[in-house]
Design a protein around this ligand. Structure first.
Ligand code: IPE
Ligand code: IPE
Ligand code: MG
Length: 224
């Protein structure tokens, strides 16, 4: 059975779910929070140590201001209400992506990371204002600045996922088959699962099925 340390998820389909069920994209974003909580629980139940959630991409700034504002309010409320609970569950929160939001949100993100940084049960990497191309370019810049030899080992030190094993599984919900600038380096050898369901409809059972399927895949890594 394949080992499993890290699951990465592109949580897609909130907007469509909201429009279909409540006539509002934002209602879909709100509903998506429940799925996040379900998936965190199931990740812990499976003793998986890293969960990376794509919540806002560098490209998502192209959305209407009102939707962006709603998303960040939602995040703020989620953290305010849940950080104590996450901490009690021994969850470590790490933000990947550039924290250039309002002063208030930047502060809340930093204090949430600080509060939970010693926790060892599960590390959640929340990708916020994250874009893989920016991450890669920054890593190259660092290598150049430090005049280090360009090799895999040195390069990885400057990725935002430094010290985190690459995801064995990538899940994208929402019936779309693309990576949308997510973890391009880290996903080089991941098993990819594209899910038809929209994120608010995705549940523990769907997740468990994927995990079970993954465990029995023959992973070659170039060998036979
Ligand atoms: C993903 O859901 C969440 C974010 C990008 C914030 P979408 O909002 O992209 O939902 P669809 O794809 O429009 O349905
Ligand atoms: C990817 O979803 C980003 C997140 C889930 C945060 P998008 O809905 O933004 O991706 P595209 O634009 O359809 O590729
Ligand atoms: Mg989308």
């Amino acid at each position: 059975m394949n080992p499993l340390n890290h699951v990465a998820i592109i949580m897609d389909g909130n907007g469509r779910w909201g429009l279909k069920n409540k006539n509002s994209r934002n209602a879909g974003h709100r509903a998506g929070i429940n799925t996040v909580e379900k998936i965190i629980k199931e990740t812990i139940r499976n003793n998986i140590k890293f969960l990376t959630l794509y919540a806002f991409s560098t490209e998502n700034w192209k959305r209407p201001k009102k939707e962006i504002k709603f998303l960040f309010n939602l995040l703020e409320n989620f953290l305010k209400n849940k950080i104590e609970d996450l901490n009690k569950q021994k969850i470590k929160l790490k933000i990947i992506g550039k924290k250039n939001f309002s002063t208030k949100l930047n502060k809340l993100l930093k204090t949430s990371e600080k509060k939970t940084h010693k926790n060892k049960k599960l590390q959640i990497n929340l990708a916020l204002n994250y874009g893989s191309k920016t991450e890669l370019i920054n890593a190259f810049k660092e290598l150049k600045k430090k005049r280090e030899i360009i090799n895999e080992k040195n390069f990885k030190k400057y990725l935002q996922t430094k010290n985190i094993p690459d995801p064995e599984i990538l899940i994208r919900t929402g019936n779309t088959k693309r990576l949308s600038n997510f973890l391009l380096w880290q996903l080089a050898y991941s098993e990819i699962f594209f899910e038809k369901k929209l994120w608010p409809d995705f549940n523990e059972k769907d997740y468990s099925k994927i995990i079970k399927k993954y465990k029995n895949i023959k992973r070659n890594f170039g060998k036979i």
